[in-house]
Design a protein around this ligand. Sequence first.
Ligand SMILES: Cc1cc2nc3c(=O)[nH]c(=O)nc-3n(C[C@H](O)[C@H](O)[C@H](O)COP(=O)(O)OP(=O)(O)OC[C@H]3O[C@@H](n4cnc5c(N)ncnc54)[C@H](O)[C@@H]3O)c2cc1C
Length: 337
Amino acid sequence: MKTADVAIIGGGPAGLFCAFECRLMGLECILVEALGNLGGQCAALYPDKEILDIPGLPRVLARDLISSLVKQTMQFEPQYLLERKITNLTKDVEADAWRLCTSHDAIACKSVVIATGGGAFDFNKIPLPEARQFEGVSLFYAIKDKSAVQGKIISIIGGGDAALDWTLALADTAKTINLIHRRDNFKATPISLERLAALSDQGKVKVFTPFQLGAMAGHDGRLTSITLVPSFGNTAANQIPLDTDVLLACFGLATARNSFESWGVNVENGKIVVDKASYATNLPLVYAIGDIAAYEGKITSLLSAFAEGAAVARSIRRQLKSQTELDCRGSLAASQR
Ligand SMILES: Cc1cc2nc3c(=O)[nH]c(=O)nc-3n(C[C@H](O)[C@H](O)[C@H](O)COP(=O)(O)OP(=O)(O)OC[C@H]3O[C@@H](n4cnc5c(N)ncnc54)[C@H](O)[C@@H]3O)c2cc1C
């Protein structure tokens, strides 16, 4: 089982900056994120928005802010676990430790920072009953390693930026790409649409609109073909069978609220109630920061998330390290200044 001084739940701006501050304070830290990438709402909901209210940065794209934040945090090497949704928090009285449970393992830690924002992000899934058997083998919602799909026939479903970005990114890797959308028009930047048109002219990408996924076929998790049905006027005669090795579904993200009731933290109107000065919850050594934390005068913003992360790291350090340790070791922070 993984262990740490601090486990941070949520890899959004609050969790990321808190991980940086914890490492700066000399604390062993694990950050756990439900999604396969870091950045929370900035990365998932508004990567191309210009943010105007970060001190010292007159304007910054949300995606660039997250990329810098990740770089800043990773220089002090916190451990991080992606694609792990924390489902419960329990106290191991004997070990005097908190235990964070995911669906398949657990993390033991001395203190916990809940930075779960609006909830855990997850990809909207293909609604066909047969889809599950292919997940992770030949059906994906994002591709982690392009080399794993080298030379394959890839079918991509979706009509937004993500579908177009993946089509463009995989065009040189795939044997062929089929791009399928239920409407005639794609919602993407003009530059992406121009590049798509060029790839289509070269025969590298075949575009199917307005079509939807009707069925998936294969065995042992390996897809062999899919069937497209027209969005309007579906009959057996106008369905299209398509050989497919890999299916990539780009249906956007859903947010699942955490059910904190079983965690034991005090919740009001869906937010965790914390002490205004320390961001402590009602549980010992359990804190909440960022959008999920509620206290009088709370401003829901990136700036608050960062400030709360920094304050909590200092609180935890004071609680966990003895005075001697604090005097002798100082902190990484002190040596940096
Ligand atoms: C469209 C839009 C524009 C915005 N513009 C601005 C702006 O210009 N300036 C500004 O200051 N603020 C802005 N905000 C607000 C800002 O994005 C939030 O205040 C900020 O993202 C809060 O960060 P967070 O880390 O608390 O939460 P989030 O960003 O929501 O991150 C929480 C993370 O925790 C993960 N998570 C949740 N539950 C679990 C679990 N059980 N296990 C593991 N992981 C979990 C989620 O997957 C997510 O990645 C904007 C928000 C939106 C929606």
